[in-house]
Design a binder for this molecule. Structure first.
Ligand code: MN
Length: 205
């Protein structure tokens, strides 16, 4: 189990086949303003890969794009909406098909409004992750040890969480509505970037 650090692209062939956990770190929450700094990936086998992009990067990253854009590979996210927007805007690929643990949580854990990744890892897996580095500067030349650990921990539990949520969705009869939500996520992310981040175009107003 190790955290592997890469600059500008993923080396070829470092990920096993199958679903891949993905997360991103950016300069902030406004996709067009706040550049993509780090993409984290895990194949569920215990290692995490961090791909860092320097200021002024051309985001060429052919190996990373091939993985993210592979329609045969399910991508696991927590709050996919944000990551899909950053990935599409900066890397130009739609990282689908998608499974989002936050949406799965909202559709099954209706007894709570605590749907943060930390909450899910604690309640469903009995683990603990630190969110202390969440709002740190991801744009510097060096990432600190704490930042690397934090970035890696954001993809470390997504395979196991998906297993739990597949059972819960099945149990509650919400697998189909969940899939429809997952399928819509790339469009929802595009609406964010196009200028409808908060306005619900399905609402009457
Ligand atoms: Mn993260």
């Amino acid at each position: 189990m190790a955290v592997h650090f890469h600059e500008e692209d993923l080396p070829a062939g470092v990920l096993a086949d199958g679903p891949i956990a993905v997360d991103t770190e950016t300069m902030g929450l406004v996709t067009r303003r706040d550049r993509l700094c780090v993409v984290q990936l895990s194949d569920g086998g215990g290692d995490e890969h961090l791909v860092r992009f320097a200021p002024g990067s051309d985001y060429a990253a052919p190996n990373l794009k091939a993985v993210l854009g592979d329609p045969a590979r399910l991508k696991l996210f927590h709050f996919a909406r944000f990551d899909l927007a950053a990935i599409e805007y900066y890397l130009g690929v739609t990282a689908a098909p998608v499974f989002c643990t936050k949406i799965a949580s909202k559709l099954t854990r209706t007894y709570t409004d605590r749907h943060g990744l930390k909450n899910l890892v604690t309640e469903l897996l009995g683990g603990d992750i630190s969110k202390a580095q969440q709002s740190s500067d991801w744009g510097g030349a060096e990432l600190s040890e704490a930042q690397r650990d934090y970035a890696a921990s954001d993809v470390r539990y997504l395979h196991r969480l998906r297993d739990v949520f597949e059972q819960r969705l099945e149990r509650e009869g919400r697998r189909e509505i969940a899939q429809a939500c997952f399928d819509f996520l790339p469009t929802r992310a595009r609406l964010d970037v196009l200028g409808w981040p908060d306005h619900d175009i399905f609402s009457h107003e």
